[in-house]
Design a protein around this ligand. Structure first.
Ligand code: NAD
Length: 503
């Protein structure tokens, strides 16, 4: 059985931990690998290596650091098939969706290629007579990333390209459920010319995480995962004096107005609710529909679309499936329990995905697309994040009731409004309490040059990931105020006849 190890100081590093966790192929239910659960000492060793590598990497010019990112981007493109196949194998999502995930991560690498420009700081001449001021955006030191199972390539790439490009070193603790991607990315970074020790991977669980949260050499922690863990990470890392951004769970609502293009909205809601089996933090899990007539029409359209959906393994010969399995047997049981609770609490189960069996993959962790109508805010399926292919339709009489409902939910990651009316869209964008808003766009994930992050209990910490917030998170500002004696300009310099270049 292949064992997924750590990657420390530019090479695979065999763990001596006796604790291991199984890695499954969710489409077959078979164990395909095992992953090491690193000890306190092994995690501390990775931090020590990253700490030693920091001084030289921080002094490397931003241009050279950017060139590593350019090469890394090219290698990601060359290795796309390998990366996407591995994601699909360990996570279960369909191949084209895995390609989309790598592409969204790669876009952050492209953003990081612009770091010489992004890290320039500010300058003011003559803040006083003969006195100038400029700011330096300096790297922090060792940064840690702790990432979830649902985007094993993209979420780490929300973090490390910007952390590395700005001159930090990094220790990544990937999800133990699909850990292999991190090691492939570590090898590609080395091939791209990243010096040893600058990027390290420690596989593990809470034992390794707690070291990253408390070791004084770690300066900043980026986390993406569920809300209870995000809150724990934020409070522990902050209590140990670290900068922390911790992104948590979600329950994303859309508001469907009666004037919307219903065919377009139904198609958009399908992809956003059931894509990646609903295991996206931006998945649309609640459709708030204004008016019973709109509700009836939507349910009718969704039911027809669901009956045409192909559910099966992520990588297949010929035409691709629309949706793969969920991550684990336990998670499948949890989703099925949620569906049961919806029925018990009085929601109308329009399509039940619990009994789905995929021929030839009977042991796979498949749950079919599930649709509830007449869901109300007291129900567990409304309140909690299910993180599976379950869509709840809530009917409301008017726009304001729908908006108030969305604003009262404890999560505020993403949301969307479907309407043809510009004023409604504008008002919704202004008044809704969520970090990312789509207008006729079901999954409004900001591009790499904007920043990603929710509101309310979907996030802990002030700075979002990637975009300008990402650069600010991984740098600290130093402001230099200088006055120079006039004699300096009287000095003689030798002439140079070579075209000047900066490195
Ligand atoms: P999770 O919280 O179970 O795990 C995330 C990471 O935390 C993993 O690396 C895991 O090993 C570690 N971890 C788990 N328990 C821990 C503990 N007790 N102490 C320390 N570390 C611990 O999340 P998951 O199931 O891997 O991912 C799904 C969740 O992530 C969903 O809630 C989803 O909404 C959320 N998510 C959020 C975003 C976002 O941008 N807001 C993006 C992707 C996923």
């Amino acid at each position: 059985m292949e064992t997924v190890q750590n990657y420390i100081n530019g090479q695979l590093s065999e763990s001596h931990s006796e604790r291991l966790a199984p890695v499954f192929n969710p489409a077959t239910g078979e164990q395909i690998r095992q992953v090491v659960l690193s000890s306190v000492a092994e995690t501390a060793e990775a931090i020590a290596i990253a700490d030693q590598a920091f001084t030289a990497w921080a002094k490397t010019s931003p241009l050279k650091r950017a060139r590593v990112m350019f090469k890394f981007k090219a290698l990601l493109e060359e290795n796309m098939e390998k990366l996407a196949t591995l994601i699909s194998q360990e996570h279960g999502k369909v191949y084209s969706d895995a390609v989309g995930e790598v592409t969204r991560g790669l876009e952050v690498v492209e953003f990081a290629c612009g770091i010489p420009h992004l890290q320039k700081g500010e300058h003011s001449a003559n803040v006083g007579t003969g006195v100038d001021s400029h700011s330096l955006m300096q790297p922090l030191g060792v940064c840690a990333g702790i990432t979830p199972f649902n985007f094993p390539a993209m979420v780490p790439m929300w973090m490390f390209p910007i952390a590395l490009a700005t001159g930090n070193t990094f220790v990544l603790k990937p999800s133990e459920k699909d850990p292999s991607l991190a090691l492939v990315m570590a090898e590609l970074l080395k091939e791209a010319g990243l010096p040893d020790g600058v990027f390290n991977v420690v596989n593990g669980d809470k034992e390794a995480v707690d070291v990253l949260l408390t070791d004084p050499r770690v300066q900043a922690v980026s986390f993406v995962g569920s809300t209870p863990i995000a809150e724990y990470i934020y409070s522990t890392a902050s209590a140990h004096g670290k900068r922390c951004q911790a992104l948590g769970g979600a329950k994303n609502h859309c508001l469907l107005m009666p004037d919307a293009d219903l065919d377009m909205a139904a198609n958009a809601i399908m992809g956003a609710a059931y894509g990646a089996a609903g295991e996206r933090c931006m998945a649309l899990s609640v459709a708030v529909v204004v008016g019973d007539e709109t509700g009836d029409k939507l349910i009718d359209k969704l039911t027809k679309h669901i009956s045409a959906m192909r559910v099966g393994p992520g990588v297949v010969e010929g035409s691709e499936n629309d949706m793969g399995p969920v991550i684990s047997a336990q998670h499948k049981d949890k989703i099925c329990d949620y569906i049961g609770s919806g029925v018990e609490q009085g929601a109308s189960l329009v399509v039940d995905g619990r009994s789905l069996s995929v021929a030839g993959h009977e042991q796979g962790y498949f749950v079919g697309p599930t649709l509830f109508d007449n869901v109300s805010p007291e129900m567990t399926i409304y309140k909690e994040e299910i993180f599976g292919p379950v869509l709840s339709v809530v009917r409301v009489p008017d726009y304001q009731t729908g908006l108030d409902l969305i604003n009262r939910h404890e999560y505020g990651n993403g949301t969307a409004v479907f309407t043809r009316d510009g004023e409604t869209a504008r008002q919704f964008s202004e008044d809704v309490l969520a970090g990312m808003v789509g207008v006729n766009v079901p999954i409004p994930v900001p591009m790499a040059f904007h920043s990603f992050g929710g509101w309310k209990r979907s996030v802990f910490g002030p700075l979002n990931v990637h975009g300008n917030d990402g650069v600010r998170f991984y740098t600290r500002m130093k402001t230099v105020t200088s006055r120079w004696p006039t004699s300096v300009r009287l000095e003689q310099h030798a002439s140079s006849f070579v075209m000047p270049t900066m490195d």
